[in-house]
Design a protein around this ligand. Structure first.
Ligand code: ADP
Ligand code: MG
Ligand code: MG
Length: 352
């Protein structure tokens, strides 16, 4: 008896195209002897479509032309046994598990996870609370402070407070932090809306820019640091991969350095000594458990150049998942191949 797996991809967020790449990769690698694969795409305008397509159509964006006309996606149970995909002949494909290969707001922020909870469909990855905590940089920092996990200093503001008194907020930031600082929208990813600022005028500009993406903004102490990442896997029993390192091709790892320039490098294992690596792996597991994470996450750290101090940067609950993305590569280097990794994630989804 094969499990019916839905690969869900696309989405309205700025990370739509990244999602297509990841989903095509999952489709190519997933064990077709074990699973029936169904594909549901979310277009950039937010429209959902059940489509009959393969990985090439997903990757190229042509999947929209392969929508199965007349089919309906019934994810909210109106009556018992009605959850799944209803085909045009009226028959129902039950969905056993969903793999939401979606990034950013409305993908890894708990909203779609809430939909799966309502429909009682098992799904890969973190649940509602962990997803939204990891997505909101301010709430995330508060939890990590509470847990005693080291982070760079920060201050934050809201659209309402800031527009009332921008100079007052700049005073508070300058009292707490030194330039350069980083201004970030609280809820975003892929470095969208983030600026490195070197003066008061730039700070105010950076906060204004971040406010275009969210009503809350965090301002962080900018540091010179190596960027170290760890992959975690598990529900109640959590394992951490070897650590990897990002070597951005630009001043910082912005959107262009991540996806466009194609010249940023990754180093696996990271160029740090074993003792430090183990400390970081333990911190990764601690942070993941602190938000009550499940399944998958990539935990990102800074190791400051001058001092060697380790700071937690963030948790990404649905990290890039192409075969050559950091998360799968970290597991590959730890001894878990890509296909096996997908298997484990589906198993963890069913157990959660
Ligand atoms: P996102 O969730 O969009 O990936 P991050 O908080 O990871 O946002 O920031 C994106 C990148 O900006 C980081 O990978 C790093 O290169 C740089 N960066 C962010 N915060 C700092 C900081 N406090 N000091 C130095 N560099 C930073
Ligand atoms: Mg992020
Ligand atoms: Mg990041």
């Amino acid at each position: 008896e094969k499990l019916n797996v839905v690969i869900l991809f696309g989405g309205k967020s700025g990370e739509h195209d990244v999602s297509l790449e990841s989903a095509a990769s999952v489709y190519r690698a997933i064990d077709k002897d074990k699973y029936n694969i169904h594909t549901i795409g979310i277009a950039k305008n937010g429209k959902w479509a059940y489509c009959s397509c393969g990985p090439d159509e997903i990757q190229s964006g042509k999947w929209v032309e392969h929508e199965v006309e007349g089919s309906k996606i019934n994810f909210i149970p109106s009556q018992k046994g009605s959850v799944g995909i209803e085909l045009n002949d009226g028959s129902l494909v039950p969905v056993d598990v969903c793999f939401p290969v979606l990034h950013g707001p409305r993908g890894e922020d708990g909203t779609i996870q809430g939909l799966f909870e309502m429909a009682e469909i098992p799904y890969v990855g973190c649940k509602v609370l962990a997803s939204s905590l990891a997505m909101d940089k301010i709430m995330f920092k508060k939890i990590m402070d509470f847990e005693g996990v080291p982070q760079v200093d920060y201050v934050y503001t809201t659209r309402f407070e800031f527009s009332d008194d921008p100079q007052g907020f700049a005073d508070i930031a300058e009292e707490r932090l030194r330039y350069p600082m980083f201004t970030k929208p609280a809820n975003m990813g892929s470095s969208v809306g983030i600026s490195k600022v070197g003066s008061r005028a730039e700070l105010i500009e950076g906060v204004k820019n971040a406010l275009e993406y969210d009503s809350k903004v965090v301002v962080e102490q900018g540091i010179r640091a190596r960027e170290i990442e760890v992959a975690v896997l598990g529900n109640s029993e959590v394992e951490a991969s070897v650590a990897g390192e990002i070597i951005p091709c630009k001043d910082f790892y912005d959107y262009e350095a991540k996806y466009l320039a194609n010249e940023s490098k990754t180093l696996i294992p990271a160029g740090i000594d074993k003792e430090l690596e183990n400390t970081i792996r333990e911190m990764a597991i601690k942070a993941f458990k602190a938000i009550d994470g499940s399944g998958i996450s990539r935990i990102d750290f800074f190791v400051e150049h001058e001092s060697g101090t380790v700071y937690l940067n963030e948790i990404n609950t649905m990290p890039g998942f192409t075969k050559i993305s950091m998360y799968p590569k970290l597991w590959e280097a730890t001894g878990v191949g890509y296909r096996e990794l997908i298997d484990k994630l589906i198993k963890l989804a069913m157990e959660k």
